[in-house]
Ligand binder design. Sequence first.
Ligand code: GAF
Length: 393
Amino acid sequence: MFTEETNIADQIKDKYFRKFGEDDSVQPRVFRSPGRINLIGEHTDYNNGFVLPASVDKAVYFVISPRTDSQVILHAADLDETYSFSLDDLSKPEQSWPHYQIGIIEQIQKRGLKIGGFQTSFGGDVPVGAGLSSSAALECCLLFALNELFELNLDRFEIVKMSQKAENEYVGVQCGIMDQFASAFGKEESVIRLDCRSLEYEYFPFPMKDYLLVLCDTSVKHSLASSEYNTRRLECEKGVSILQKYDPAILSLRDTTPEFVNLHKEELGDVVFRRCKYMTEEIQRVQDACDLLVQGDLDSFGKKMYATHQGLQHEYEVSCPELDFLVEQTLDNSDVLGARMMGGGFGGCTINLVKIDGVDAFEENMKSVYKEEYGIDLPCYRVKITDGTEELK
Ligand code: GAF
């Protein structure tokens, strides 16, 4: 992974020139797509609900040029590994890192769009496996770049949807649309309230003058992550199929309420009931949290973050001991307004809203207790909210 000591885009550009040589007639172009955080609204995207993500100052960069043949040369600059193939053969290689890029090319071809060969060095500083969605950043960045290079005329919505499809169909992860949307539509110092059904969105200012967002990275990823993710989706679908017998207008959990779910508790059964309860409450929580942001009431906003964690831990059951431990450690710290696990779960980061004056002490304490409990050095990332996918000129 690259560090911020020198400009990361320049570091990757250097690697590009070392790999492909300098050609004065064609200057490579440079694109950036950020990783994302999510303030509130977890697992709600595939239930057609609301989410509140933002894109951050940890990003993926592609340094890229078209070629005159139909070869694609992908150079993973941080691993210094290369994978080459022809646009006529999109078969899946054994190593997994090229799957995201090939998935994007497959989507382009499925839409009947034409691109030529290209060569690229790519990399960045989004920590992999930490729940900041480096995969969505990779997908959006490459598709955005190819859209510019080959004049495909795709708008940002199409870029988001095709990137999600690449992940669903080629990579094989049944993710929702939040991560790709946040990476493509991010805006400096703003969080995005996204309606995952209509893709209508609104920016809410989230200036970080007095507070910082700090991610504490458990550095674990339990193997349950992807199988349990798919199971949660099925459990939600099961809930919908039961509830719509009583109200045919319920097409997803977005369309119902905690009260209605409660009325059918027995028929839903313990597990599906708890999934539906969490989901309907969380979708409402996003709306309430946005009202609190408008009122400038960050104390109450932070309490909502804790409520989300409770729901994810006990009702949706996607947390893990390391995440619960980190959230618990913040409860007596008056500098922390809110904390919760972030992303799909079973590892990755907690997100913490911390008073700026207390951040150093907060990090010091978290690192020390985590080391004592798990023997692991706890990476902490202070993230800033930045613009989404763009070309760097
Ligand atoms: C992962 C998925 F990719 C997202 O679509 C979303 O469901 C998230 O988990 C949970 O909110 O990041």
